[in-house]
Design a protein around this ligand. Structure first.
Ligand SMILES: Nc1ncnc2c1ncn2[C@@H]1O[C@H](COP(=O)(O)OP(=O)(O)OP(=O)(O)O)[C@@H](O)[C@H]1O
Ligand SMILES: [Mg+2]
Length: 250
């Protein structure tokens, strides 16, 4: 294990604001992620979690604030440049190319770094084996069930060879057995591939067991951060977040 103080900062966001017309979706948020960490990002519906991911992944620029990745300022760069630099992401609403096979969906991701289609296909095959979809690679993605679609999202993002992986609710809608398997997979992605990860998740068991540290958003603002233990004891978090019925039952 690398000692905490020796870890490099992979991502640093400073004073990030995102306004959509009159709505401030993200309000002056600062956060950092160190190499090899799994960092949780939680908050009630509409808190601004996906909006923060969209700015880190280059879907749209922040209204103000700075984002640096591996020491380089990246705010405002488009998605394909973020991806090329090493930022991979999954989508909250799965977005397979429905006319393509599982293998070809993953090849699309692999082409981010591979120089030719042959090596991209090889990388895609290995990645599908890693996520447990190797036996489904020739199937059309339209025939996958939800747990398989979530794994395909992971495979496509992993095939881009990210240094930082943004996971947006990869466990949503899965039963406890399937989410347990995804928790294991996320841990293996960090432990075996050395990929730094930010996880957005409403499944509290997943967040609490996976995360080294957690940031809590409420209505666009950061209200707490710390270890899972610190955050779960924070009165502000208990009031604004854990008090809700939907989290109590997970
Ligand atoms: N492209 C957009 N245009 C306008 N408003 C947006 C856009 N994207 C998000 N919003 C608004 O910004 C706020 C934050 O949304 P966001 O999707 O980031 O929340 P979230 O924390 O991911 O919620 P959930 O847990 O439901 O996924 C919401 O009020 C949402 O309606
Ligand atoms: Mg969201």
């Amino acid at each position: 294990m690398i000692a905490d103080k020796e870890r490099r900062t992979v991502l640093e966001a400073r004073n990030i604001v995102k306004q959509f017309g009159g709505l401030t979706a993200v309000n002056n948020v600062s956060m950092h992620v160190n190499e090899g960490e799994i960092v949780g990002l939680i908050g009630a519906n509409g808190a601004g979690k996906t909006t923060l991911f969209n700015m880190i992944a280059g879907v749209f620029p922040p209204t103000s604030g700075r984002i640096s990745f591996m020491g380089q300022e990246i705010q405002g760069l488009p998605c394909h440049k973020m991806c090329r630099l090493g930022i991979g992401r999954t989508y909250q609403i799965v977005k397979p190319f429905v006319n393509l096979s599982v293998l070809d969906n993953t090849v699309v991701g692999a082409l981010n770094q591979c120089k030719d289609v042959k090596s991209a296909r090889e990388k895609a095959r290995k990645t599908l084996d890693f996520v447990g979809l190797g036996h489904r690679m020739d199937v059309s993605s339209r025939n996958l069930n939800l747990p398989e679609l979530k794994r395909l999202e992971l495979a496509r993002a992993l095939a881009t060879e990210p240094k930082l992986l943004l996971l947006d609710e990869v466990m949503a809608g899965l039963n406890p057995t399937d989410s347990g398997r995804v928790i294991e997979l996320v841990r293996r992605i960090r432990d075996e591939r050395g990929i730094t990860i930010i996880v957005i998740e409403h499944v509290m068991k997943a967040i609490m067991t996976l995360s080294n540290r957690i940031y809590v958003l409420n209505q666009g603002s950061l209200v707490a951060d710390g270890t899972p233990e610190e955050v779960s004891k924070n009165p502000e978090v208990i009031k604004s977040y854990f008090g809700e019925k939907r989290y109590a039952k997970n």
